[in-house]
Write a protein that binds this ligand. Sequence first.
Ligand code: NCD
Length: 321
Amino acid sequence: MRHLLDTQTLDRETALRILDVAEDMSDTQSREVKKLPTLRGKTVVNLFFEDSTRTRISFEAAAKRLSADVINFTAKGSSVSKGESLKDTAQTLQAMGADAVIIRHPASGAPRTLATSGWISAGIVNAGDGTHEHPTQALLDAFTIRKRRFGLDSRGRDLAGIKVVIVGDVLHSRVARSNVWLLATLGAKITLVSAPTLLPQNVSHWPVRVLYDLDEALAEGPDAVMMLRIQLERMNAAYFPSEREYSRRWGLDAVRAASLPSDSIVMHPGPMNRGLEISSAAADSPRSTVLEQVTNGVSVRMAVLYLLLAGERNDERGEDK
Ligand code: NCD
């Protein structure tokens, strides 16, 4: 794997390979000494042009647990035009010898620009670009669903027939987009539930079914219900009447969560707007995988960095692996 830019073009075999390597990484993470020597001497740069806590520290933990050197580069509010500043930054990182660049950027497509520009030879990982994609989030979500469903026996398995309901602000959500593509590739049946104003216009071309009534979707007993954060920072107009009305119609409260089959899971990528799209009772219930998703995120990002950088090391030694 050279880059990880999206899940739309990620094939089933590569997706399963990442999830299986993540299982191996996850096994090492329950040991007392979590650090592996695998990426010693490699430099991973976290290049974040947008606020983030969990994704940045998750990539940092993943890189450090593989013994890579990590440089955190937080570039917010630059006055230089976006293309130019990205080019300058990329060339700087190239000159510093970056082997992998994890990029988060408010502009959709920025990671692909970096990967195809020729400015830098590092492997590029998209950590969220505008409303476009957030592939490692979808991979950690798929990993979490698979592990809950199949436990120790999950290696090699896809998500054929697994019912996943994705609820909320799909319009502004790169998490929803990455999940739709990946989960569909893995064979899951996806239902989107939202207000019509919070769905993209081209949703009819997506491999999903759309419902507007959350209770109708929950009554079908889905395996996983994924709540999306209302992305208030990406909204410049009123997309729904009021927060109260939103919660009433599309929020997951304790009553709705309790109506699910006992082995269904409730997911949220974080950060949560408690009391808006998800109530505290639902977020903190035993069926919530919110913290498991965070834990799994480190294993999945270790797998991505390993496949991006350790393969290259083998190539350098002339090994065909
Ligand atoms: C997501 C993001 O930034 O796209 N969060 C994350 O990666 N932890 C989801 C969100 O912000 O709602």
